[in-house]
Structures are given as C-alpha cells and as structure tokens.
Write a protein that binds this ligand. Structure first.
Ligand code: SAM
Length: 263
C-alpha cells in the first residue's frame, strides 16, 4: 500500500510558526547555552589566528546566538547566517543586551546577521572565513545528504589554508523505537514541550514538536512537524575528507557530536 503523503512544511516555516518563540526556553535558557558554548570553544582552543579583532568567522544556522556571541567575545568578526528572521531578531536583541557598556570587553568583535539559506550562502560567498561553525544540529535540517556534502565542499573553497571548521550535530545512527520516540523536552507551570520522532526510513526522520501553552486556566496545543536527515559521525568525517579537510577530531558534548577539522 502506498504511504499517504503528509502535508509537510520546511524547517524555516517550522521555526517561524512554532519553534522560534519557545527556542531559548526549550533549550533551558539563553545564558546557560551561551556559557556552555564559551566553555566548549575554550576546550577546543578556538581563537582568532591573528591577534586583535577582525578575523572572519561564519556561523551557519546561528539561531539566537549560542555560538556567534562567544565567537565575537573571542575577537572574531562573525557573520551569523540563518533562514529564520525570527531567530536572528532574537540574536540581535541578545546582542543589544550583551553590548551594554558595563558588560562590553574592548576585545569583542562584531556580529553581522544575514537571513539566508546556508547552502546558497556558502555557494555565493566570496570573502574567506578562517573559522566556520555549523552547530546545534543545523546540518540535519538540510534537504538531503547530498546538500550536506555539497555545503562542506563549498565551505572548503571559501576558507584559507589555515582555516578551521567545527560541526555539531546529533548522531542519528541509532533509531528510536517504542516509547523512546517520545521526548519530554521541557515543562513548567505554563508550558509543556514534547517531541515525537517518527522513523521514516534509513535516511530520514520526521520531527513532531508538540507545545501545550496555558491559556485561561487550560492548555492550548500547537503542533508542527518537519523532516530531518540522519547524520552519523563516520559519514560526516568522510565528507570532510572528500572536501580536503584534514585532521578531524571527534568529541561528544551534551549529546551532540562535535567534529573539528582543518583546511
Ligand atoms: C537547531 S537550531 C541551531 C541554532 C544554534 N546554532 C544552536 O546551537 O542552538 C537550527 C537553526 O538553523 C536554521 N536553519 C535550518 N535550516 C537552515 C537552512 N537551510 N539555512 C539557514 N538556516 C537554517 C534554523 O532556522 C535554526 O535557527
């Protein structure tokens, strides 16, 4: 029997209709996530190759700024790219907060936000970037594995000889079965966020985000779903090597696979 084609929205629409509004809350709070990135970049010894400000970094799928803001603090001039204008607006709001005179450091670099598809951005980009990051599972939002492979290849061409790439994604090699497909993401008195992962095939899952929000003493339900591709650490390392990246280092941090490699 042919499986019925379900109405589907892309990940950009998903962020605009449901996820952007609750993203930082769902992640456990913006400040904590930024602090975790600061610590991760410290452990990975991420710093501009040249001293002073101005070294170029690109943050692909920047979201609300968990990586872009720590990179600017390290002195990078960051281009933060995301398809969701709503997510980048939140990044800019956080940046305004962080840039208050009492918290600003003289070494802080700058952040420019760009609303764009990361694949198109990488294809058309002309200026070299010594650091590229694509973290927080953004890669698995891309349309296909071929899109990820092409992106990595395009990125290698816009990085200088001493460049570095850092990718972060959730390893999808182990299918979720039974009750494990229901993930209680976060809840408090006013909101409950549950995620249901539907196994589609070896390449793909469908993610259903279910948010219950308290209104007038009852709960209102909002559901939105989108496709995600399954990535594995071995496959991503292979694509990096095929694109001429060298010295891949693989670690795991808070359930995410982190791969750092050099041009
Ligand atoms: C899971 S969030 C990760 C955000 C942030 N890097 C983090 O660590 O939380 C994925 C982000 O990628 C963006 N995104 C997904 N697909 C994209 C695409 N093809 N082009 C640009 N941005 C995309 C989404 O809008 C979202 O902000």
């Amino acid at each position: 029997m042919t499986r019925p084609i379900e109405p589907s929205i892309n990940s950009q629409q998903h962020y605009e209709t449901l996820l952007a509004e609750v993203y930082d809350w769902m992640q456990g709070g913006w400040g904590d996530r930024v602090q975790q990135s600061r610590e991760l970049f410290k452990a990975l010894v991420v710093k501009p190759a040249s001293t002073g400000t101005g070294a170029g970094a690109v943050d692909l799928g920047a979201g609300t700024g968990y990586q872009a803001i720590p990179l600017a603090e390290l002195g990078f001039t960051v281009t933060a790219v995301d398809a969701s204008a709503a997510m980048l607006t939140q990044l800019e709001d956080h940046l305004d907060e962080e840039a208050k005179p009492e918290s600003a450091s003289p070494d802080t670099g700058s952040i420019r936000t760009v609303v764009a598809d990361i694949c198109q951005f990488a294809k058309n980009r002309l200026e070299p970037a010594e650091l590229v990051v694509c973290m927080g599972d953004t890669l698995s939002h891309l349309e296909s594995h071929q899109h990820v492979a092409t992106l990595i290849d395009d990125l290698n061409r816009c990085q200088p000889a001493d460049g570095r790439i850092i990718l972060g994604f959730r390893d999808g090699s182990q299918p979720l079965v039974g009750d494990n497909r229901f993930l209680p993401v976060r809840s408090d008195d006013d909101r409950i966020f549950t995620c249901f992962i539907e196994e589609v095939d070896e390449q793909t899952v469908r993610v259903h985000d279910v948010v219950h929000t308290k209104v007038d003493g009852g709960f209102v339900q909002n559901i939105s779903s989108y496709r995600k591709i399954r990535l594995t650490s071995d496959w991503v390392v292979e694509q990096l090597a095929a694109a001429s990246y060298r010295k891949p280092e693989v670690t795991t941090e808070m359930g995410m696979t982190i791969i750092s490699a050099r041009t």
